[in-house]
Structures are given as C-alpha cells and as structure tokens.
Write a protein of this length. Structure first.
Length: 368
C-alpha cells in the first residue's frame, strides 16, 4: 500500500532566473548547506520565490546495526544490508523461459507482511552457522524521514536552490549573490554552480557576440566588393558606433541593464545602418555620374530623396517594438531590453543616415 503524500507546494517547470546547484557527497551536509544558501538568498534584496529542491518528507525506516552483537553472531553489516535488500526489493532466483522470451523470477517478502515497524524488526536473517536470526536481535529500527529523490550529476550529489529577481538587472543580481555566497562557510569539496536564466543569458551573450562579430566582418567584405573601395564601407560601418550611443542612452534613461538580448537589438540597428548607408551612398554616386554634380550637391539630393522612406521605415519599426519596450505582456522582461535598444538605436540611426553620413561623405570626397 502506498500512502498518498500531501502536496507541499507547486513549482513551475519554467527555468527560474537564478539556479544555484549545491554539490557534494554527504546528503546531510548538502541539506544544511542548501538551507543556509536559501536563507542567504532570502536575506538579499531583489530576490523572491526562493525554492529548495530537497524534500525530506518521505517516511522511511533507518536500520542501525549493533556491530558488536552482529560480530558475535557472525554477521557483518554488509550481510545485513544484502539480506534486507533481497527480502524487501527481491532477488532474482532463476529465470523462466516462455518460447524465446526469458522472465526473471524474483523472490521477496509479500508487501502485505511489511506494514508496520514490528514487521521489519521480525524479518529473518541467516547467521554464519546457518541459524535463523531476527533483525531485532542485531539492529534497531528507527522511524525517520528522508529525501524523496537524490539527484546526481557526474556521480556527484546535488541540491538545487532556485530564485527569481524583482528587478531587471539579472547580471547585477548574480554578482551580488556570488559575493554573498563566497562568504558562506562550507566544507571542503562542496561547491556552488550557477544555472537557470542567468546561465542561459550568459551562453546566449557569447553566441550573439560571435554572430555580431561575423556580421560586421562579412558586411565589410560584401560592401568592399560592391563599392570596389575601402573608403565607403569604412564610412558606413564607422557610423555604427554613433548609432550605438542611442542604444546606451535610452537603456540608461529607462534604467535597463546591458543584457544578451540587447545585442539582438544592436543587430537590428546595424542592419538598418548598413542598409541606409548603401542606399544613400549608392544613389549619391549615381547622381554624381549622371549629372556630373559635386559630391556635396549629390549627397544632399540623395538625403532629401531618402528622407521620407527613411523616416517612415524607422518610425513604423519603432512602433512595432513599442509593446515589447513597454513590457505589456507577462514574461516580456527578457525581450524588453532588446526592444528599448532597437528603438534608441533606430532613432539615432535616422540622424546618422540623414545628417552625419552625408557630412562624412563630403569630407571624404574632398580628400580624394
């Protein structure tokens, strides 16, 4: 008979903002350390929903063997453990063959015969001389509670402590938690490892940075081939840092941190900058060749013609990002920095494409 355990709480399957994996060998030490870790997190600002994965509510019997009595009767602790395992979980005595299939025949004590503590104490063991012993003769059965499950990773036991943050600065919260846990006393061989959304954001940041670097590199190669020059690609990509000033300013103004998703917003800004630069400078070059006009007049005419489509494209894109920037839906905390970065960068990109880039083009043309 299996007793239905009461529900102590419900924890969602979605990854928490911060996951601390407390790793070591001894379960009691792990339970104590994870409990102190949870108290430390509760004592910090900007943390909520602290959850410890260890559940010690499973009822069990702990059998404490009297080694002296067991030795007098010629029984070792290993013999007791092996006998109990065979009696309770069963031991494969032989195999039954049915056609081409084999089935294990497992011998064990009927479950209905082990319903109370006395039934466990009366379990029969075989002594060294072949005589029958009772478990109560060499051991004490103590009711206790233990962990519902033991989680291992790479053969190392671990207990998980999870928490969510109340602010948007996930990186700052992780740094504060790492500093607090570094002062927590722990035995040798017990370590903390961080996971959850913090780990996911760190991995995502590295990946997106690599993509960003490759995007800039290949954009430069493509532009160099298209313009057959190093000057114009350098002019276009050199305007990107100025656009990033709008990203940083708006993030600072709103109070959002620089996270991994911000880089996605930066990629949007870089793509818009490169696209507008190519259209503007290509059209300016065509005007110079077609009408033999000076660079200043050509780029002014090109900027005037590009004004309306540039403003319309930027404004509609920023309006599209506005719901994410306002964080109107549940779970939008991760995408809000991306949207704010894109809006700030696109706003600055309009000024760069229509004012700064033409000025730099005129100055660069005078030097050639």
């Amino acid at each position: 008979m299996v007793k239905q355990m009461p529900i102590k709480g419900i924890h969602g399957m979605q990854a928490s903002d911060i996951v601390v994996q407390v790793r070591g060998q001894d379960m009691e030490t792990l339970a104590d350390l994870s409990s102190r870790t949870a108290r430390t997190i509760n004592g910090l600002d900007h943390f909520q929903n602290v959850f410890v994965s260890m559940d010690l509510s499973k009822p069990e019997y702990q059998i404490k063997v009297d080694r002296v009595k067991a030795a007098e009767l010629g029984v070792s602790v290993a013999d007791v453990a092996s006998s109990l395992r065979s009696l309770i979980t069963g031991a494969v005595a032989t195999r039954y063959r049915d056609g081409g299939c084999y089935y294990d025949i497992r011998l064990l004590v009927p479950e209905k015969q082990i319903g109370a503590r006395q039934d466990v104490e009366n379990l029969a063991l075989i002594g060294a001389q072949g005589d029958v012993l009772r478990l109560r003769d060499i051991a004490t059965v103590v009711p206790a509670s233990g962990p519902v499950e033991i989680i291992r990773e790479n053969q190392v036991k671990q207990i998980t402590v999870e928490a969510d943050i109340t602010t948007g600065d996930l990186a700052g919260a992780v740094r504060g938690l790492q500093s607090a846990l570094s002062e927590l006393e722990r035995p040798a061989g017990y370590v903390f490892e961080f996971g959850g959304r913090a780990e996911m954001m760190a991995d995502m940041k590295d990946t997106v940075l690599a993509v960003f670097a490759f995007a800039l590199f290949f954009s430069f190669i493509v532009l160099t081939v298209q313009f057959n020059s190093l000057k114009l690609p350098g002019l276009i990509l050199g305007s990107v840092p100025v656009c990033l000033a709008g990203v940083v300013f708006l993030l600072y103004f709103v109070g959002l941190p620089l996270g991994a998703t911000v880089i996605i917003g930066i990629l949007v800004v870089v793509a818009a900058t490169v696209n507008d630069g190519v259209l503007l400078l290509t059209y300016a070059g065509e005007l110079q060749e077609r009408h033999a006009c000076p660079p200043r007049q050509a780029v002014l005419d090109a900027a005037r013609i590009r004004l309306r489509p540039r403003v319309m494209t930027s404004v509609t894109t920023m309006i599209g990002f506005l719901p994410l920037a306002l964080n109107l839906e549940e779970g939008g905390d991760m995408l809000q920095p991306m949207a704010v970065a894109a809006i700030g960068g696109l706003g600055m990109e309009m000024l760069v494409a229509l004012f700064l880039m033409p000025c730099i083009y005129v100055l660069a043309s005078k030097r050639t």
